[in-house]
Design a binder for this molecule. Structure first.
Ligand code: URA
Length: 251
């Protein structure tokens, strides 16, 4: 790396932390680069856990996000419609985005506004997006589940079963090159695995035609800000893939 590259990399690194609200340095060893982590890609790009290779069919050319939303309608397919949801929270952003973020389910703020990731976790997600020089409007954001589960409990299997076909159709229409799965639930659902996010993150998976990068959920980062460094590592992979480089920044 040239001096110039190192300076640019360092500036981007510091900008990421500043935007993510980190205003000091920690001596906690978790913040230190371990040489083994720094050099070794934990898994070859495209490695899948068993059953993870999702087949995402190409969208019928007549399919649009509006049609998928129409089919969803005033959905009553699962019990969430009578468990206190205010409205369906569908998806937001650029319908031709190269980058798509997929979260778990709407929380209180999203349920009120009808837009994914607008609460505190959403504000952090916006900063994470901006840290790789994109704007929220450049990407597409959706959740596995479109209705708020009561008390923000984990979505249940029947709810996922009813809702995920709509997410898959959203993915088919947008056809992102890179998908970021935010948190355990989205990563496990998309990759058809029970592996915890701690095992999944750091790797790059194939999801249909897209590369899929699991990372920690922004709500978890609000509780555990010391994990932001790992998310920054994941976001650098995302940026490299969008630039047509491999996940480590090589060509
Ligand atoms: N958490 C999610 O997973 N999705 C949202 O839309 C908001 C918070």
């Amino acid at each position: 790396m040239s001096d110039h590259d190192v300076r640019a990399e360092l500036a981007a690194h510091l900008r990421f932390f500043a935007q993510a609200g980190v205003d000091g340095l920690s001596r906690d060893p978790a913040w230190r680069m371990r040489p083994a982590d720094a050099t070794a890609e934990p898994a070859a790009a495209g490695e899948d856990p068993p059953g993870a290779r999702a087949t995402v069919e190409h969208a019928d050319s007549a399919e649009t996000l509006e049609l998928v939303r129409e089919d969803l309608g005033a959905c009553t397919r699962c019990k969430l419609h009578r468990l206190g949801r205010t409205q369906i929270v569908y998806g937001v952003g650029n319908p031709r985005a190269e980058l798509m973020f997929i979260g778990e389910a709407p929380g209180h703020d999203e349920d009120i506004q009808g837009i994914p990731f607008v609460g505190r976790a959403g504000q952090l997600l916006t900063k994470i997006i901006e840290a790789i020089d994109l704007a929220r409007e450049d990407v597409y954001i959706a959740n596995v589940i479109k209705c708020r589960p009561p008390e923000n409990r984990n979505p249940e299997p029947d709810e996922v079963g009813s809702c995920e076909p709509f997410l898959f159709r959203q993915v088919q229409v947008v056809r992102p090159r890179v998908i970021v799965a935010l948190g355990t639930f989205a990563a496990q659902t998309l990759l058809r695995t029970n592996d915890p996010i701690s095992r999944l993150r750091g790797k790059v998976f194939q999801f249909g035609d897209a590369r899929l990068i699991p990372t920690f959920h922004p709500a978890y980062l609000l509780r555990s800000p010391d994990r932001k460094r790992e998310v920054w590592e994941d976001m650098k992979k995302v940026r490299a893939l969008l630039r047509g480089e491999d996940a480590d920044g090589g060509r």
